[in-house]
Design a protein around this ligand. Structure first.
Ligand code: SF4
Length: 474
């Protein structure tokens, strides 16, 4: 089989000169028939940016004539859209790729493709290219729009390993999308990240911060609304930095206002960064009831010293100030966060400050992680000196505290009536419906004549640790 490697280069990813290329997607006629009579399956790992990229891939595959299948066994083409944020997620993907070997031996005509952040990571891309011969196509986050051409090469018998390194990156408009849920739309507002938190691989895998033009974002929201979307989630690694590269001084607040003015029923945004948060954004959240009162605001640590070593760009005092101001201006707003324990040099006293933070902020929930070094990041060069046992104990202590407040906050919901956007039957118990309240709490509920995509008024009857039970009242 012909092979032609182009692997990522983190040195090039760090070079951020020049501005992003602006491209309009198009597909030639010969590519439109590539998938006639063929099926595809996509497995998506990681964050909403990946979910959105998978929706774009599905859109392109649909244009090429492919139809969905339920798993790699039934599919002619299987794509694994990967996440590189944590080592554990990568190991999971490598395990899954390993388990595909017998299937590939039995059906060499099946195509296996890997994309996403792992593909864009220098060492991981090399490992997949050299040690996973069952992978026929490897492409990164920077060349998503070239997927149809790359796939055509793979289908013609060429093993295609092509991952571009492009620090400046590109913004591609006009890509097709096949949303997994008609009533919920993910809309990218920007790509990449310039923050370079010392533990994080994202600035290397997703490139420089670059924003879509406001009119393109608003047009996508309007189109999604016209085709039935009730909720839109604005996506970016750091949405508060939206528009800086376009010369906008307060781009995100402006964009949020414009989005709210479209009249779509629910707006969420993800992820926020405490460093770039502006008062005007809080004012827009307060002014427009269709901007949901729920915020994911990653903090990572309660210690100023650790925040500095993480290069987070704010103090814990600034974080508290922000949370307090939002709670004062937007009564009932809920907060979730991300926390890392056992960052290099974290002392018992510094970890105690993280526990103090959990007491002070009383989050609704948190993604808590044990620090693990990511190759190529500055923190990987720091001595990983917190023993594994200590990291484990800290994680357990933190989870206990987070769980305590999550349950307590949920208990305070009992008896209230909340508006829940129904996602259909619960996966765990198909006899009940499930969905999310405006405050982004998961609600399992009973009710008659309620369909996926409906917004139901639900009386909360019971609190669980990370969900609520209820019954629809109308
Ligand atoms: S803000 Fe920090 S943690 Fe978030 S994506 Fe950027 S570098 Fe990573």
């Amino acid at each position: 089989m012909k092979q032609n490697y182009q692997l990522p280069d983190h040195g090039a990813e760090r070079m951020r000169t020049g501005s992003a290329k602006r491209i309009t997607f198009s597909m030639t006629d010969d590519l439109r028939h590539l998938g006639q009579g063929k099926t595809y399956f996509i497995r998506t790992y990681g964050c909403q940016a990946n979910v959105r990229d998978s929706e774009t891939l599905s859109g392109m595959l649909g244009m090429m004539g492919f139809i969905p299948a339920s798993g790699p066994e039934d599919a002619d083409l299987s794509i694994f859209n990967t996440c590189a944020v944590r080592r554990a997620a990568e190991e999971h993907v490598l395990g899954e790729l390993g388990s595909l070997k017998p299937l590939k031996t039995k059906h060499p005509e099946k195509i296996f493709a890997v994309c996403g952040c792992m593909a864009q990571e220098e060492s991981m891309a090399r490992l997949i290219a050299e040690k996973c011969p069952q992978v026929d196509l490897l492409f990164g986050t920077h060349n998503l729009e070239r997927f149809p051409q790359l796939l055509a090469r793979t289908l013609s018998g060429e093993r295609t390993i092509e991952v571009e390194s492009d620090g400046a990156g590109s913004v591609v408009e006009g890509m097709p999308v096949s949303r997994s849920r008609r009533y919920k739309a993910f809309v990218n507002i920007m790509y990449g990240c310039d923050k370079f938190c010392t533990y994080c691989i994202v600035p290397y895998t997703r490139g420089k911060e670059r924003s879509r033009r406001m009119q393109d974002v608003i047009a996508e929201i309007r189109a999604a609304k016209e085709s039935g979307a009730r909720e839109v989630t604005l996506l970016g690694q750091n949405v508060n930095a939206y528009g800086r590269d376009l010369g906008l001084a307060d781009g995100f607040s402006e964009l949020l206002r414009e989005a709210a003015e479209t009249g779509i029923e629910r707006i969420r945004f993800y992820t926020s960064h405490p460093r770039d948060y502006r008062e005007t954004t809080i004012d827009v959240m307060k002014e427009y009831p269709n901007v949901m009162p729920a915020l994911h605001l990653p903090v990572q640590s309660g210690s100023d010293e650790i925040l500095k070593r993480m290069n987070r760009g704010y103090t814990i005092g600034r974080y508290y100030e922000l949370v307090d101001r939002m709670r004062e201006k937007i009564p009932g707003i809920t907060f979730t966060t991300d926390l890392i324990v056992g960052f290099p040099s974290e002392t018992d006293a510094q970890f105690a400050e993280t526990l103090e933070l959990a007491d002070r902020c009383q989050f609704d929930s948190a993604f808590t992680f044990v620090y693990s070094p990511r190759e190529g990041t500055p923190a990987a060069a720091m001595e990983d000196d917190v023993p594994a046992e200590v990291k484990k104990e800290r994680l357990a202590a933190l989870n206990e505290k987070i769980g305590f407040y999550a349950r307590r906050n949920n208990e305070a919901e009992v008896g209230k009536i909340r508006k829940v956007l129904c996602d259909g039957p619960s996966k765990k118990d198909p006899s009940v419906l499930c969905g999310y309240s405006e405050e982004n709490r998961l609600v399992n509920f009973t009710g008659e004549n309620i369909r996926e995509g409906d917004i139901a008024d639900v009386r909360i009857t019971e609190a669980r640790s990370f969900s609520l039970n209820g019954e629809a009242v109308r």
